[in-house]
Design a protein around this ligand. Structure first.
Ligand code: CAA
Ligand code: NAD
Length: 312
């Protein structure tokens, strides 16, 4: 028997006027008790943290050991900040940490009820991973992709159990942002959809059902806006002016260039290329300056340099 779930919800006002919650659920019988997260970058680490905070046991894997180390260290740092701010107790933070195990092999994922893929935004690399997982995952496991833009139907078709494949699109930073876009592929079955939606809600997230089209809802709207800001930069407007205009003029918490750096310019370029290719309209054409920045390896905050410079 599991003890009754204990909910601790701390609400706070955001600068933008929105309210956001920090949620810890203890002893919670989660929809998915054992969750595997693949990719320990900025998204995967956040996803591992929110599942463990909701009571799931989490296995975290990354193809790169330093990335896995950084991802785990980042989770510990975030939990430490929550303890410092007295939003959660030290015991609760330790509980979350103890529910996240590092994994050195995808074979460990044979015990997962749900696997969330959060690796690089690249169709071929994701498909290669799904093929490896096909030989490992048991029949009941749901496989979710955190892709920002790639067709869920197209990816599902490459997996062993297309009915159990779904898009679970978390927003960055995962522990803070309330939204999870859920994307059903043509093949996704009802049970997979219901369980995924329920799991997101157990974490205190709000879900929307997005169309399985390029960029879903958020990125279909957000990425062309950011691209337009990069065109303005290319035309000679100062980055601080572009960001301040949108922050102070439209109440966005971050200006579009800062947000681009935060998302990752490599990810942003991939999304824009996909929107351009699949929607076939010139309005989605990635700004040449963005292409140049990616060619230079200036991927944004995670690389220490993008439209701005960051201390590593
Ligand atoms: N992880 C966890 N918590 C974080 C965090 C992170 N990476 N970054 C900030 N926070 C927390 C802070 O600890 C702080 O918490 P408290 O209020 O409890 O102290 C809170 O968020 C606010 O942070 P800050 O005071 O440092 O700064 P801020 O008020 O500017 O907020 C922000 C930071 C929440 C990131 C805010 O700037 C914001 O909302 N930016 C826009 C984010 C956004 O649009 N995300 C969506 C990107 S698009 C996407 O994700 C889809 C895609 O596929 C590309
Ligand atoms: P990131 O570059 O921070 O992290 C990606 C991680 O995946 C890296 O640590 C890398 O080592 C690892 N990786 C790459 N190939 C791998 C493989 N074959 N097997 C295991 N690990 C592998 O990227 P991110 O920003 O966390 O994005 C991850 C996914 O989430 C992408 O699909 C992206 O589109 C999506 N996403 C990103 C954001 C965002 O704002 N950055 C928001 C929502 C969704």
């Amino acid at each position: 028997m599991h003890a009754q779930p204990r909910l601790i919800r701390v609400s706070r006002a955001q600068g933008s006027g929105h309210r956001q919650d920090v949620l810890i659920r203890e002893n919670f019988m989660a929809t998915f008790q054992t969750v595997g997260v693949i990719g320990a970058g900025q998204m995967g680490a956040g996803i591992a943290q929110v599942f463990a905070s909701a009571g799931s046991n989490v296995l975290l894997f990354d193809a790169s050991t330093p990335a896995l180390d950084r991802g785990l260290a980042g989770i510990h740092l975030q939990l430490g900040k929550l303890v410092e701010k007295e939003k959660i107790s030290k015991e609760q933070a330790d509980g979350v940490k103890s529910r996240i195990a590092r994994s050195a092999s995808l074979k460990d994922f044979a015990r997962c009820d749900l696997v969330v893929e959060a690796i690089i935004e690249n169709f071929e690399i994701k498909v290669k991973l799904f093929q490896e997982l096909g030989a490992i995952l048991p029949a009941h496991t749901v496989l979710a992709s955190n892709t920002s833009s790639i067709s869920i139907t197209r990816m599902a078709a490459t997996t062993k159990a297309p009915g159990q494949f779904i898009g679970m699109h978390f927003m960055n930073p995962v522990p803070v942002m309330k939204l999870v876009e859920i994307i059903r592929g043509l093949q996704t079955d009802d049970a997979t959809y219901q369980r995924t939606k329920q799991a997101a809600e157990e974490m205190g997230k709000t879900t929307v059902l997005a169309l399985d089209g390029p960029g879903f809802i958020v990125n279909r709207i957000l990425c062309p806006m950011i691209n337009e800001a990069i065109f303005l930069l290319q035309e000679g407007v100062a980055p601080e002016d572009i960001d301040n205009a949108m922050k102070l003029g439209t109440n966005q918490p971050m200006g579009p260039l800062t947000l681009a750096d935060f998302v990752g310019l490599d990810t942003l370029l991939y999304i824009l290329q996909l929107l351009h290719r699949e929607l076939g309209e010139d309005k989605y054409r990635p700004c040449p300056l963005l292409v140049k920045y990616v060619e230079a390896g200036w991927f944004g905050k995670k690389a220490g340099r993008g439209f701005y410079r960051y201390e590593q």
